[in-house]
Design a protein around this ligand. Structure first.
Ligand code: FAD
Length: 80
């Protein structure tokens, strides 16, 4: 049954945002920007939104872990 949305409850009650940095601008294995060097983007700043129930948390934590490991590798001094 189609349900027409009449209104939302406003920003004060919002729990997740739609929109953000497009995923094609991100290297998925590192979460690093393809546009700006040394910039990693994770979580809700990216154009991903899920249903309430843990998907947004999972996205934030998973991309944070991927980026954190990639940044640690990037900071590691080269082996001599
Ligand atoms: C009321 C509410 C309920 C929610 N319930 C759920 C749920 O049940 N399940 C679910 O999956 N998702 C839920 N969400 C969404 C989920 O919380 C977010 O998607 C997730 O926390 C995003 O994580 P993030 O690290 O990307 O951003 P955030 O958690 O927003 O973290 C960003 C951090 O950056 C800091 N910051 C901002 N500007 C600056 C600056 N200039 N310098 C330094 N620090 C800065 C902020 O203070 C903040 O600590 C809920 C959100 C809200 C508001």
């Amino acid at each position: 049954m189609p349900v027409e949305i009449m209104r939302d409850r406003g920003f004060a009650h919002a729990e997740a945002t739609a929109g953000g940095v497009p995923l094609h601008e991100i290297v998925p294995g590192t979460m690093q920007s393809r546009i700006h060097d040394k910039l990693w983007l994770v979580g809700e700043i990216l154009d991903v939104d899920g249903r309430i129930g843990g998907f947004n948390f999972q996205w934030a934590w998973s991309t944070g872990a991927v980026a954190g490991l990639a940044i640690a590798r990037d900071l590691r001094p080269p082996r001599s």
